[in-house]
Ligand binder design. Structure first.
Ligand SMILES: O[C@H]1[C@H](O)[C@@H](O)[C@H](O)[C@@H](O)[C@H]1O
Length: 620
């Protein structure tokens, strides 16, 4: 199986037979985007309706931060409940992504997408009608289950229906929809933040619109032809492939997929659960390491910390008004969205490998800049000038400057400012039921202090904040086109059909598990290492990721899905060079002259598709 590399050849003449020694297929040979290749409209329609799953993934993970501002007041949520409502969704997504592999293989991609959109709709309804926090939690877990299934199924489905020259672009559109969902969520958050009473119900419930649209759309859309063929439904598979290729001749592509499945089945003599077979078979084991590694490093580069922390960074830079900070956070997600668009444009031009490498390098440098900005801010942290008597005798009175005070989760910084000048500053305990106020004194809730002191929880005012703001924008500009979408895109293409659902389930699970880990540990890491220490740590992790990608990620651009397994036939890390084994390829020869849908059943039994393995042939 590892030697399988289907190479398409052009027709030798008009006699209906394909030549054995024909010229190599253009897409592989030139490694250039296939500009003249047809772009059937139907495949765009499929990509759009499937990518609504990505939109919901982005919307439901993004909307909660704005909803929380209103919810915590209306439902009197303490820190534990706030944490639960945010992370339960991501935790549920991790579990359902892992089990989604089994569902995908069993029920098919289409049914899984229908199930996910149904779950999203039910979750949205529960959330918008929730009478109390327990029902809210049930709703958040429900949408998390939908997110997990969608996050692993949609890229696989799009990859399986796309022609090779458009595959990278179309799968990356799913990532564009993820960041688009996060952006729309932040705009909806901004708009409904003015509706004090029940504004959160609209924020959380509006996700029902795209999920209902996706559900009804998918009732009429077809199953992946590759999955159909794997299940032995060859007539249907042929019809669907021909439909999504807009009536072009699909014989070669169909033969390649069919022969590849036959070859796989012959070689799959070892039984047991698919994950064990993946681990036993070295090419798929290597692909799994690359896929999971990419997803792990995506999260370890701190994207969700940066996005989550953006509102605070903006406040640190001097925007003190809550509403303005919400709108500026929307600008952050807009940046993430716009630069993902750049990724959609670049993926078929420069390829996955170069795009990921460039993105990781830039991400690492911007993280270092963020760290330097935090370091300068810490070194020039405003001193504490007032020491009011502390009735609680808390640790807050022990700090000499804002830096130590804001790193202590029990304290906050209360100050006056005149331009960039900070004065009359104190460090006081935070109100346990809401971090928006101090527990007592000038900055506590209900205190009408005439001089209007500012309460800073989690940040310090700093004249170096522009470096941090610049670092934040630079970070998103580098992360969004490459490290954001490529882990999803690459995972959708590197596994052979029999291992695709399980491989994607594992790697998506790794993504969600590291997502929870990084977001849950960020504040503790910052407490122990300070903010600049935390960002230097992420810089180091991004650099490790760079070494990993440099060594282990092969280029998959332009190859047919059936050809890609061969890239993993050699050693795990060959620094992007094709392994010697990847020169071996299988060639398909169709013996019959006619292949029409009308006589398809007969053709299938009469015709023979021969495949030969050519060892170590020169690479075209
Ligand atoms: O690819 C996505 C995207 O970059 C999102 O902005 C991020 O929140 C997700 O965690 C990630 O998987």
């Amino acid at each position: 199986m590892s030697n399988l590399m289907a190479s398409r050849r052009q027709k030798a003449g008009d006699d209906g037979e394909r030549s054995l020694i024909g010229p190599p297929s253009r897409h592989v040979d030139e490694n250039l985007p296939d500009r003249d290749a047809p772009k059937p409209l139907f495949v765009y329609l499929l990509a759009f309706f499937s990518a609504l799953g990505g939109f919901l993934f982005g919307y439901d993970t993004g909307v909660v931060s704005g909803a929380m501002i209103l919810l915590k007041k209306e439902m009197n949520l303490n820190a534990l409940w706030q944490e639960l409502l945010v992370s339960s969704t991501v935790g549920a997504a991790a579990l359902s992504a892992l089990s989604g592999g089994y569902l995908n293989g069993w029920l098919g991609r289409r049914i899984c997408i229908l199930v996910a959109s149904f779950i999203f709709t039910v979750g949205g309804i529960i959330l918008s009608l929730a009478p109390d926090k327990v029902v809210l939690l049930v709703g958040r877990i429900t949408v998390g289950l939908g997110i997990g299934i969608a996050s692993m199924t949609v890229p696989v489905y799009i990859a399986e229906v796309s022609p090779p020259h458009l595959r990278g672009q179309l799968v990356t559109i799913n990532s564009l929809f993820i960041t688009g969902g996060q952006f729309i969520a932040s705009v909806i958050d901004g708009a409904f933040s003015y509706v004090r009473q029940d504004g959160w119900r609209y924020m959380l419930g509006l996700s029902c619109l795209p999920s209902v649209l996706q559900f009804f759309g998918f009732i009429f859309l077809p199953e992946s032809p590759r999955w159909l063929l794997q299940k032995g439904r060859s007539l249907e598979a042929h019809q669907v492939l021909s439909q999504i290729r807009g009536g072009q001749n699909i014989d070669e592509e169909y033969d390649t997929i069919r022969a590849s499945i036959e070859e796989e089945e012959k070689d799959l003599n070892g039984g047991g659960p698919v994950i064990f077979r993946i681990l036993r078979h070295s090419p798929t084991r290597r692909a799994l390491i690359v896929g999971c590694g990419l997803q792990m490093f995506q999260q370890l580069s701190g994207i969700n910390t940066v996005m989550y922390y953006s509102a605070t960074i903006v406040q640190m830079a001097g925007v003190r008004d809550d509403k303005q900070a919400i709108w500026l956070a929307a600008a952050t997600s807009a940046t993430n969205f716009v630069f993902t668009l750049l990724g959609v444009w670049l993926v078929e031009k420069v390829g996955r490998r170069k795009l990921t490498l460039g993105s990781l390098l830039g991400t690492g440098l911007s993280l270092a800049l963020l760290a330097v900005g935090f370091l300068l801010s810490a070194q020039n942290s405003p001193p504490i000038t007032l020491h009011p008597l502390d009735p609680q005798n808390s640790t807050c009175r022990t700090y000499g400057s804002c830096e130590g005070c804001m790193l202590d989760p029990d304290c906050g910084f209360c100050f006056l400012e005149n331009g960039t000048n900070v004065y009359d500053s104190s460090c006081v305990p935070v109100n346990q039921s809401s971090t928006d106020h101090a527990a007592w004194g000038r900055c506590s809730n209900g205190t009408e202090a005439s001089d209007n002191p500012i309460w800073a929880y989690n940040y310090c005012p700093s004249s170096y904040s522009w470096i941090v703001l610049f670092g934040l924008i630079l970070y998103l500009a580098f992360f969004a086109p490459g490290m954001g979408p490529m882990p999803w895109t690459v995972n959708s293409e590197i596994y052979p059909l029999w291992a695709r659902s399980t491989g994607n389930a594992c790697s998506a699970g790794v993504n969600w598990i590291f997502n929870v880990l990084v977001s849950l540990t960020f504040l503790h890491v910052a407490e122990f290492l300070t903010y600049y220490g935390a960002f230097f740590l992420y810089t180091g992790l991004a650099m490790l990721g760079l070494i990993f990608v440099l060594g282990c990620l092969p280029e998959t651009k332009g190859l047919q899905l059936e050809e890609i397994e061969n890239l993993f036939a050699g050693q795990l890390c060959s620094c992007g060079e094709p392994s010697p084994n990847s020169n071996r390829h299988v060639q398909y020869i169709r013996h019959d002259l006619e292949f029409s849908q009308a006589n398809y059943g007969a053709v299938e039994s009469d015709s023979a598709i021969a495949y030969i393995t050519v060892s170590n042939a020169s690479r075209y």
